[in-house]
Design a protein around this ligand. Structure first.
Ligand SMILES: Cc1cc2nc3c(=O)[nH]c(=O)nc-3n(C[C@H](O)[C@H](O)[C@H](O)COP(=O)(O)OP(=O)(O)OC[C@H]3O[C@@H](n4cnc5c(N)ncnc54)[C@H](O)[C@@H]3O)c2cc1C
Ligand code: FES
Length: 298
């Protein structure tokens, strides 16, 4: 069985008001308003934040938070602390505007959060092989600790471009972790027949794991969109009779529209959060059956 993030729209409240192409800055409905209580640089380009507030909802390994940032951007971050802690911990790698805005938060700042939500649940049954690439360690780390507590037979393959770029190496139990610097070698050599594999990392790592996998239970999470396979080119029209843009087979309408109008709102880019929805169409994943898509509201 293959489990991954595909279309989790029904899990989410897709009602996101838009303001100048972004989710409207202000109060996100049902959001918790949490305080940044700790900020630590945990690796090159990676900052970890602890968020505190009264009676935080419980969470399980694999859960993520939806951060509604003061600018109106909305981004997901996996919980990577201990579910028994009274604070939530996230770790964020600097990529673009959203992650840099999160990294710029300081102790005492407030941030609006929705969740936790779990699209990558850990079944807690062994044997287990965990595979993580770089910042992909965040959802895997609480699973590793849960597997240790449960006495499961587990191994972790943790890959990165250098040890300095790999967060939380110092929190991993010694002896069961295969730290790999750079590319190379099979990733699933330690997978046990009949066991489960949990993987989070860059697209190239997920492709390799899927190529090597021959067992029953592969669970994975993507932090960004999957490559588009078998897409057909089409034209997207912004407003009836407005600008027409050509969407090639290997790009989404969202990516093409963002080249033209960078402020258009998006978040997960995988079809599950609803941020990019325009007239019922999730422009990060949906393609028309014909050769034209008219987005009257854009
Ligand atoms: C469930 C889930 C959990 C996550 N957990 C974590 C976590 O624990 N830690 C973490 O650091 N991140 C995590 N992420 C990723 C995170 O939500 C953000 O996507 C990430 O921080 C990048 O956001 P950004 O605004 O900084 O970058 P963006 O500006 O959104 O850019 C993101 C990427 O898209 C590319 N891009 C931008 N514009 C275009 C375009 N027009 N066409 C093609 N490509 C483009 C950029 O080059 C970049 O590689 C998670 C994502 C999901 C879905
Ligand atoms: S559904 Fe999340 S950005 Fe499109």
């Amino acid at each position: 069985m293959l489990r991954g993030l595909t279309r989790f729209g029904q899990l989410y409240d897709a009602a996101v008001t838009r303001f100048g192409g972004r989710a409207q800055p202000g109060t996100a409905r049902d959001a918790l308003r949490l305080d940044v209580v700790d900020r630590t640089e945990v690796a090159d380009d990676v900052v970890s934040l602890r968020l505190g507030g009264p009676s935080l909802p419980p969470w399980q390994p694999g859960c993520h938070l939806d951060l509604h940032l003061p600018s109106g951007l909305r981004r997901q971050y996996s919980l990577c602390g201990d579910p028994a802690d009274p604070t939530y911990r996230i770790a964020v790698r600097a990529v673009g505007a959203g992650s840099r805005e999160v990294q710029a938060l300081n102790i005492g700042d407030q941030v609006q959060v929705r969740g936790p939500r779990n699209a990558f649940p850990f079944a807690g049954v062994g044997p287990v092989l965990f595979v993580a690439g770089g910042i992909g360690i965040t959802p895997i780390l609480p699973m590793v600790h849960a597997a240790t507590r449960a006495g499961l037979d587990w191994r972790l393959v943790y890959c990165g471009r250098s040890t300095k770029a790999m967060p939380f190496l110092d929190e991993l139990p010694i002896g069961r972790v295969d730290v790999r610097i750079g590319r190379g070698g099979p990733l699933l050599a330690d997978a046990q027949p009949g066991g489960a594999v949990y993987c989070c990392g860059p697209a190239s790592m997920l492709d390799q794991v899927r190529g090597e996998f021959s067992g029953r239970w592969l669970h994975f999470e993507r932090f960004g969109p999957p490559p588009i396979v078998g897409g057909r080119p089409f034209t997207v029209e912004l407003g009836r009779g407005g600008v027409s843009l050509d969407v090639p087979a290997d790009r989404s309408a969202l990516d093409v529209i963002r080249d033209f109008r960078p402020s258009v709102a998006y978040s997960c880019r995988q079809g599950f959060c609803g941020t990019c929805e325009v007239g019922g169409v999730r422009i990060c994943v949906d393609r028309p059956s014909g050769d034209r898509l008219v987005l009257e509201e854009l």
